[in-house]
Design a binder for this molecule. Structure first.
Ligand code: FEO
Length: 416
């Protein structure tokens, strides 16, 4: 696939990675793309480089448009390796280019490369770069999602080049949202956005809200958002901004996710009457076995659900390892405004359910206690206890959800 002109004289020159299935532990069943952009103007400017393995893909696209030696400016919005690990190869071809980067970005780049011969311009929010007929304004976005992160706004084209924000891990020959929606399910694109947000941006909801408010305060008019991964938003730039605000405001669907693991099926068995009890309150419930599910999928479904129940057998007086690993991931992502509970079976002595509630407390989550524990194998009486706890948990979820959305309606309707 060749370059694509996304605005007059601004070209996508990125690479599509159809094969990647593991992105630092995050499953990417749909692959991804590494987007970067070339501005052909009086002062030729490249915004972001590309993952090292894909350098040839990008440089071929650049060469088809301009001699790389004519690139005068390289903007590095973010120094994670998938976007800057080919900067040394670009600098071999463009030794006189000036790199525009944040102060933290420069410090980070110094740890990866010998930068002593490269020219830098350190930028802060509000600083600008004129490419001739176009003006790039820089907007620092620290911790969205790295300390060095920033975005680049091209005023004349109302174009926000947003680095990872608003991206999706999605490989496609479509470059734009309206093209993608013509060919595939709109819901798939929305799911890719949520997947990305849940696994990468979940901890930074407050920063997302503040940054969108800052963009609005600066009066930046935006009619296209070009992220570093996936589809470019030209039809739905306003909608994707609103979707990010909704996610940052902890919107969730009125659903309970039961996520469990099991040794000899007792904890698994408990999930059935629990789900029936929840369902008896009229709300949706989904059951997910951890060892059969990629971690990032489980994380996404927790994020999309207002409440979750964790099922764990007790092994050596503590949680089952896969459940402990899942909660460790979740703790790092700092979910907020989700209701939690736990259940599980034990043999000699319990402990796992209590430990799970301890982790919920560390995460600052509201809980429904004490959960349900079963000795060895659930009896008919235990099934009734599970059903009743499920019903209680469903009722509490409905009450909890009302606090955030006012109405019982979920927030999962497709937007694109
Ligand atoms: Fe796509 Fe944070 O790198």
């Amino acid at each position: 696939m060749g370059s694509v002109e996304i605005k007059p004289n601004i070209f996508w020159v990125g690479a599509i990675d159809w094969a990647v299935r593991d992105f630092h532990g995050y499953v990417t069943p749909n692959g991804t793309s590494y987007n970067n952009y070339l501005i052909l103007d009086k002062h030729v400017t490249l915004v972001d480089t590309v993952k090292h393995d894909f350098f040839e893909y990008t440089i071929d696209k650049v060469r088809a448009l301009v001699d790389p030696a004519k690139i005068e400016n390289i903007v590095i919005n973010h120094i994670e390796n998938d976007h800057m690990s080919s900067i040394d190869r670009f600098m071999e071809l463009t030794p006189n280019a000036t790199i525009y980067i944040t102060e933290r970005g420069k410090k980070g780049l110094d740890r990866f490369f010998d930068t002593s011969k490269w020219k830098f311009q350190i930028v802060k929010t509000g600083h600008t770069l004129s490419t001739g007929s176009k003006t790039i304004t820089f907007l620092e976005t620290p911790m969205l999602h790295w300390p060095d992160s920033m975005m680049s706004y091209v005023k004349e084209d109302r174009l926000l080049i947003s680095q990872d924000a608003f991206g999706q891990h999605l490989a496609s020959t479509s470059r734009f949202d309206d093209e993608y929606c013509d060919q595939y399910s709109v819901t798939e694109l929305e799911h890719a956005v949520r997947d990305y947000y849940a696994n990468i941006l979940m901890p930074f909801g407050t920063l997302v809200k503040n940054k969108i408010a800052e963009i609005q305060k600066l009066g930046l008019e935006i009619d296209m958002i070009a992220p570093d991964h996936g589809i470019i938003w030209r039809k739905s730039a306003g909608k994707i901004l609103q979707m990010y605000l909704d996610m940052a405001n902890d919107k969730a669907d009125l659903r309970v996710l039961i996520v469990y693991d099991t040794m000899w099926h007792s904890t698994e068995h408990m999930s059935i009457p629990l789900a029936d009890g929840i369902r008896s309150t009229g709300i949706d419930v989904e059951v997910m076995k951890l060892r059969a599910t990629p971690m990032s999928r489980a994380i996404k479904r927790v994020w999309e659900s207002r409440a979750f129940l964790v099922g764990t057998p007790t092994l050596n007086n503590i949680m089952f390892p896969s459940v402990a690993e899942f909660l460790q991931h979740l703790k790092g992502l700092r979910p907020k405004n989700r209701l939690a509970g736990a259940f599980g079976s034990f043999g000699w002595g319990g402990g796992a359910v209590k430990e799970a509630y301890g982790v919920f407390k560390q995460m600052g989550l509201e809980t429904v206690e004490p959960g349900v524990e079963v000795l060895y194998r659930p009896s008919a009486e235990d099934d009734k206890r599970c059903f009743e706890f499920g019903r209680l948990f469903g009722q509490k979820t409905i009450e909890f959800h009302k606090k955030f959305d006012g109405e019982l309606a979920g927030s999962c309707s497709p937007r694109f």
